[in-house]
Design a protein around this ligand. Structure first.
Ligand SMILES: Cc1cc2nc3c(=O)[nH]c(=O)nc-3n(C[C@H](O)[C@H](O)[C@H](O)COP(=O)(O)OP(=O)(O)OC[C@H]3O[C@@H](n4cnc5c(N)ncnc54)[C@H](O)[C@@H]3O)c2cc1C
Ligand code: FES
Ligand code: FES
Length: 1299
């Protein structure tokens, strides 16, 4: 699509895991004369497979040049597009849905968006915009299940909905008119109808693609080429080719062989063509279900339930049933159900045979019993018999669009009128190299009555039968084993229920074994806006929910990101070669083979750097392309004419290593060897040692927090173009810090900064990850551009980006706390060890910020904090939204929870409240402030969430439910805004007014989705008294505004807003004499008159921010301009058997002063909250024992998706709050609410505590972050998890490191 300049479709991961590349594929089926449309991931769609199909990209849906489509309009106007990188994919998913169902239900929308990730918005506004297409727009969150309205129930409490706020005006929306949609190309219909079927052959550089037309031809082809894969959905072969470098010289595409798509019904069941997509199979089963009595459709139902959970809709639309079976993947969701359900396959090669899908079929990882030349033609799904019950279970790291951890299919058959088991099959996925049968367990049950005694024995047999070694690939060994038991227990409950219905047993179930599931979120958020003052002019946009200024361009795919910049003549592409060792000397670098490959132009090594080879930070040196100190370190780079050639070249570079001793990975290993990046810090208030002597209790604890991948949707991207004279370069970089990048390039090239211009149009998400690392990558790209004298582009693949660019710092926190019987904390001693990785980056500053926030909202009279950045052999970690604060406060809040548990008192209402700052206050570093707004947020949060009543309801729920528990939490936040490094608190702007009255604003901040440019437009609009439509912001560039500071620390609007305001005020004053002469004149007339009067219509603006500082020797200072306050309530429901949880409700109250743009700020709050939810409950970085990051893409690393949005998600902006320290009395909001995601963690912990108390376990217990289903389930200490013998630490090598 790049070659035809259709750049709207985005590339986010390349593996079908993010949805950024979603397009609509349409086919004409001559047999039925129908046209079908489905969404698909373009990154996995082989072009050859699309012969005869029509593909609609976002450009075909609508554009600003013709007409925008209602989907594009509604997502944009509902504020569903921030950085916009995910927006085209979102648009295409919903557009395709509407092509098939113009009036969808809410469920259809959330299903359609299952596979579309967004790292900015928190999804709520996207869902809200799309909800307007639903015929019935319900206000019910559907938390109680179908037909059970939450608004009726006691469980969900009354909302004060009298003042329904409007973030957007639905009346503005274009109506959806299906008759206006693009038609399927008639020429394709004609060709499909008339062209005689013939074999299609496509030849590429290294492979050939053949598409036969008949089964006979297919069989012959496969017999001649048994190793050639049959590609249908390409969801398995595609990622193998792309990520594992597997080359298939021949690919056979059987998509035109009709036999593979036939469906035949028999008296015993249904034969389904193996080529049918999973969506087609699911629709078929759903169509068949109502046609037969329930007892006949047990397998159909279990299979259809499981099918709905495989991958995302885009994957299911292309992935084939036969493919899922044949890849024999250990975590296949379908194979355990097909095998348990007695399904079979019809196989053809020399002749046709029927092969049962049982334990003999799945031989080993990726292997079945079939021979390479055999082809699965169809799959038989049988009807069930009376007395038969079939169920499927799965548990996955994320509820949707995620491979399972363990999955299962179970079938039992009872003799008529008896509860004696006649036949039983139990299959599991995720418990070995392929689908496995629990045969011995089945034998232990068959011929016995289904009762407690039989089942108890069965659990023990199962435990012995399905054993995983402690270092099993995938880890989670105890959890996986416990899930096998939990699933059998769940099956037991359902069988007992069935036997009761059949009146074969009498007793009722105890402990209310509720296995009910929630429906997908149908949010009805309450987002009360702050009202602008009554006397504010209607034209003044400040304080109003103005749409992101680029939202429409983003939704139409017209917005230009770095990689969308058109290719220039002779442009080259750069691919990096990275280290596969954690700590080694490079003994040899052989690039000869790479240089011989087609298209490869050069290999860039450290020797080629003409300027400084070393980058200095905090006294430490990072040498470009040097000796390796982590896996993933950049060693050299290959430049070639195309992306594919560069990658191939990079793979061909051979590196010799000599391993150096003792790589350090964990903070413990680093501390033991005193491997730190100095300075280590300490801060103390009061006298901690003395205070411990006077308290009623002393408690010590430890809390470990994992890191977090930025997962900005646009990976690191840059293009460096030599101008052609006087060593001048234009660098187009996706960076938060244009000046930092400019300086780094100039240093690396040994040229003055005035020869390098860094341009940033927009960034597809950054979150702190596009500051330091981006500059290093830009240096390497610039060296390549300098050496080759060609434009060089570098865009990282998702896997490379995750490997190279670092993450949030993982932290180990240790604490000792002294407190009184009433809960007052008198002393706390806290130590933080951050895992900084192999280079210093900004780690010492992260440690500083950690120590400056160890008080959060609490006045602890004697408080000590110590912090160290541990130097390890992992990829260097870097800034990430919150810059250490989310780690710092988390340890503190966990300590407070421990105090509550030691005392047996509620954490929220007693321990947190009793310790919160009261009245005029001073922080532990001597900064005076008023906590009044902190208390107002806290009180309003309790009130809005109806905390007390919900607590009572949760207690009742927990009493009534044995396996599901509800948990609640409220957390406060006090977050310091601005940079403690005073010089960074400055900004500049340049405003030009052109003769026609249009205005061009430039400032030093970058637009990365946070809406900074929109807010600057609002500022300029107010100051100049003209509508925002007359104001344009083109880009951020170092030749318009020099010496910019990074857009970070939630300080972008504060600093740049003041600079823009300053420039606009200068211009406004210059026009004053003209205005006085002609007070009734228009803006345009004044501008024209000013020009004729030789008045300069261009002005710079500058903001000299506050002189903040922190004196670490004196342990005192004023490092922040002010605090942003907030509080967040969360309630979750936890399945104690699997650890699955659902955030039932979230209420956030945030003090952000007087918001410049409430829709932007609410977007920041929601987006940060969800990112926090990811950090604290979902996202896990996993490293191998040799320091290799396993989690290098959305398939392994799960960020929150639509399914993670709280069912009810309310955000309130604190009214009547003023802030004298920032523009128009607003407050910085980019980072503070990320910590509020921890409310989900503490609510889970609360639910776990409720489960533990039933087993008599009280008092503090460890639960590290993230509280993944694995950790939550194991912490519940259910009878099943208790059965799993723990492996002895040290007796084995774990699959993953605990860094
Ligand atoms: C992002 C993502 C998420 C996923 N999530 C899940 C999940 O949650 N649960 C789950 O179970 N699976 C999941 N999958 C796996 C997916 O379901 C399978 O990859 C898919 O079903 C394979 O079918 P395909 O048509 O795409 O196979 P292809 O990639 O086209 O082919 C795969 C292999 O199967 C062989 N093959 C295909 N058809 C036949 C046939 N008729 N006869 C003989 N051999 C044949 C081919 O020779 C080839 O070797 C996911 C995949 C992706 C990419
Ligand atoms: S780029 Fe295709 S799904 Fe991510
Ligand atoms: S707006 Fe969705 S990823 Fe940025």
């Amino acid at each position: 699509m790049t070659s035809v300049r259709l750049t709207g479709t985005k590339y986010g991961c390349g593996g079908g895991g993010c949805g950024a590349c979603t397009v609509m594929v349409s086919h004409y089926r001559p047999a039925t004369k129908t046209i079908t449309h489905y969404s698909a991931n373009a990154c996995l769609l082989p072009l050859c497979q699309l012969h005869g199909a029509a593909v609609t990209t976002v450009e075909g849906v609508g554009s600003t040049r013709t007409r925008i489509h209602p989907v594009q309009e509604r997502i944009a106007k509902a504020h569903g597009s921030q950085c916009g990188f995910c927006s085209p994919g979102m648009v295409m998913s919903v557009y395709t849905l509407l092509r098939n169902r113009p009036q969808p239900a809410m469920d259809d929308i959330t299903h359609a968006l299952q596979g579309n990730l967004c790292r900015c918005t928190g999804y709520r506004p996207i869902i809200d915009g799309c909800r307007t297409f639903c015929q019935v727009q319900t206000d019910c969150c559907q938390a109680n299940g179908a037909g059970d309205c939450c608004l009726n129930g006691e469980e969900t409490l009354e909302e004060t909905q009298h003042e329904k706020p409007e973030l957007f005006d639905k009346r503005e929306f274009l109506p959806l008119d299906p008759t206006q949609e693009l038609i399927f190309p008639p020429e394709l219909i004609l060709r499909a109808e008339t062209a005689p079927p013939q074999t299609l052959t496509f030849r590429g550089e290294r492979m050939m693609w053949v598409s036969p037309t008949s089964l006979e031809e297919l069989v012959q082809l496969k017999a001649r080429n048994p190793e050639a894969p049959l590609v249908i959905g390409n969801t398995n072969i595609g990622p193998d080719i792309k990520f594992k470098g597997i080359l298939h010289p021949l690919i056979i595409s059987p998509t035109r062989v009709l036999d593979l798509f036939e469906v035949t019904q028999t008296p015993h069941g249904v034969w389904v063509g193996a080529g049918c997509s999973l969506t087609e199979v699911c629709s078929l089963l759903e169509k068949l279900l109502p046609q037969f009595p329930e007892e006949k459709t047990e397998v159909f139902r279990a299979l259809s339930q499981q099918l709905g959970k495989v991958g995302s809709l885009q994957i299911r639309n292309v992935a084939s049933l036969g493919g899922n079976i044949m890849i024999a993947y250990p975590n296949s969701d379908l194979n355990p159900v097909l095998a348990a359900g007695n399904c079979k396959v019809s196989v053809i090669s020399n002749g046709k045979v029927i092969v049962p899908l049982n334990q003999d079929f799945f031989v080993s990882f990726g292997k079945t019993i079939l021979k390479p030349e055999e082809i699965v033609v169809s799959v038989f799904i049988p009807f069930s018999r009376k007395g038969e019950l079939v169920r499927a279970y799965r548990q996955a790291p994320r509820k949707e669009s995620s491979f399972c951890t363990v999955t299962s299919g179970m079938r039992v058959f009872f003799s008529q009128g008896s509860s004696v088991v006649q036949d039983l099959s139990i299959y599991y996925g995720g418990m070995g190299p392929t689908t496995v049968s629990a045969t011995q367990t089945c034998t232990a049950i068959v011929t016995r009555p289904w009762d407690d005694e039989t089942l108890q024995r069965a659990y023990d047999v199962l435990l012995d039968e399905l054993v995983l070694p402690p270092s099993a690939p995938g880890g989670k060994v105890e959890f996986r084993r416990s899930l096998t038991l939990s699933f059998l227990f769940k099956f037991n409950l359902e069988v007992l229920q069935k036997l009761r219905e059949m009146v074969l047993i009498k007793h009722s179930l105890d402990g209310n074994n509720n296995l009910r599931h929630y429906l997908l979120p149908v949010n009805n958020p309450l987002l009360p806006l702050q009202h602008v003052p009554k006397d504010q002019r209607d034209q003044d946009p400040v304080g109003r929910p103005i749409m992101h200024r680029s939202a429409i361009s983003q939704a139409t795919g017209e917005a230009v990101y770095c990689d969308d910049i058109p290719r220039t003549d002779g442009e080259l592409f750069l691919a990096l070669v990275t280290s596969s060792r954690a700590h080694a000397k490079i003994t040899g670098l052989d690039v000869s083979q790479a240089l011989r490959l087609p298209g490869v132009v050069d290999v860039i090594t450290a020797k080629d750097v003409p300027g400084q080879k070393v980058r200095k930070m905090f006294g430490y040196e990072e040498v470009l392309l040097a000796e390796v100190s982590c896996v993933g370190q950049m060693i050299c780079a290959v430049v070639a004419d195309t992306r594919a050639h560069a990658k191939r070249g990079a793979a061909a570079v051979k590196i010799g290593y000599e391993d150096l001793p003792e790589p350090l990975f964990t903070v413990e290993e680093a501390s033991e060897k005193s491997s730190f990046f100095e300075p280590r810090r300490m801060i103390e208030k009061g006298n901690v040692a003395e205070a411990f002597k006077t308290v009623d209790h002393v408690h010590q604890g430890e809390f470990r927090m994992g890191g977090q991948e930025h997962f900005y949707m646009e990976t690191q991207s840059m293009l460096v173009v030599p101008v052609g004279e006087e060593t001048e370069f234009n660098a187009y970089v996706s960076t938060q810090w244009p000046t930092g990048t400019q300086d780094a390039i100039a240093e690396a090239l040994g040229i003055p900064s005035n020869r390098v211009t860094c341009h940033v149009k927009r960034i597809g998400g950054a979150f702190g990850g596009k500051v330091v690392k981006t500059a290093t990558l830009a240096c390497i790209t610039a060296v390549a551009a300098w050496k080759t004298n060609c434009a060089v582009r570098c865009v990282l693949e998702r896997g490379e980006d995750m490997l190279i660019s670092g993450a949030r710092h993982p932290v180990l926190g240790k604490y000792k706390v002294g407190f009184m019987n009433d809960g007052r904390i008198m002393a706390a001693d806290m130590q933080y060890y951050t895992n900084a990785g192999n280079t210093v980056d900004e780690s010492p500053l992260v440690v500083d910020k950690i120590l400056l926030h160890i008080d959060n909202a609490y006045n602890i009279p004697n408080l000590r904090g110590r912090g160290a950045a541990c130097r390890t052999n992992l990829p260097s970690n870097t800034a990430f939204r919150g810059f250490g604060v989310p780690q710092s406060i988390m340890v503190l809040e966990n300590m407070l929870n421990d105090v509550a548990m030691v005392l047996g008192r509620p954490a929220d209402q007693v321990i947190r409240e009793i310790n919160m700052y009261q009245g005029p206050s001073v922080t532990h570093y001597g900064l005076e402030f008023s906590p009044e707004n902190l208390w107002r947020c806290w009180d309003q949060c309790k009130e809005k969430s109806d905390y007390a009543a919900r607590r009572r309801a949760a207690d009742r729920f927990n009493q009534d439910n044995c396996w599901k528990k509800r948990g609640l939490a409220i957390v406060p936040i006090k977050y310091g805004i601005a940079f403690a490094e005073s010089f960074l608190n400055q900004a500049a702007a340049l405003v030009h007014v052109y003769k026609d009255g249009s205005v061009l604003v430039s400032h030093g901040g970058t637009e990365m989705g946070q809406g900074l440019h929109t807010k600057m437009q609002q500022v300029a609009s107010r100051e100049l008294g003209i509508p925002p439509s007359k104001i344009y912001i083109s880009e951020t560039s170092t030749n318009t505004v020099p010496n910019t500071c990074p857009s970070a620390a939630s300080y972008g609007t504060d600093a740049n807003g003041m600079a823009v305001r300053n420039a606009c005020q200068t211009l406004y004053q210059r026009l004053e004499p003209i205005r006085q002469k002609n007070p009734k004149g228009s803006w345009e007339s004044w501008v024209k008159a000013a020009f004729l009067d030789k008045i300069s219509l261009s002005a710079t603006g500058f903001y000299r921010g506050p002189d903040l500082y922190m004196d670490w020797d004196k342990m005192a200072g004023r490092p922040y301009a002010y605090f942003t306050f907030g509080a967040c309530f969360c309630e979750v429901e936890l399945d104690c058997l699997t650890g699955d949880y659902r955030a039932v409700r979230t209420d956030i109250v945030m003090d952000i002063g007087r918001s410049v743009n409430p829709s932007m700020d609410i977007g920041q709050i929601e987006g940060a909250f969800l990112q926090g939810l990811g950090l604290y409950t979902l996202e896990e970085l996993k490293f191998s024992p040799s320091g290799l990051l396993y989690t290098r893409g959305p398939s392994q690393y799960k960020i929150p998706a639509v399914c993670d949005v709280p069912l009810r998600f309310n955000v309130y902006l604190l009214p009547d709050s003023h802030n004298p320290h920032a523009i128009y009395s607003s407050k910085g909001i980019g980072e503070p609410s990320l910590f509020l995601g921890s409310s989900v963690f503490f609510a889970i912990k609360d639910a776990v505590a409720a489960a533990r108390s039933e087993s008599g376990l009280v008092g503090p217990f460890p639960l590290d972050s993230p509280a993944t289903p694995e950790r939550a389930c194991l912490a519940c200490a259910s009878p099943f998890t208790q059965k799993i013998p723990a492996s002895t630490p040290g007796s084995f090598k774990p699959w993953a490191l605990n860094i």
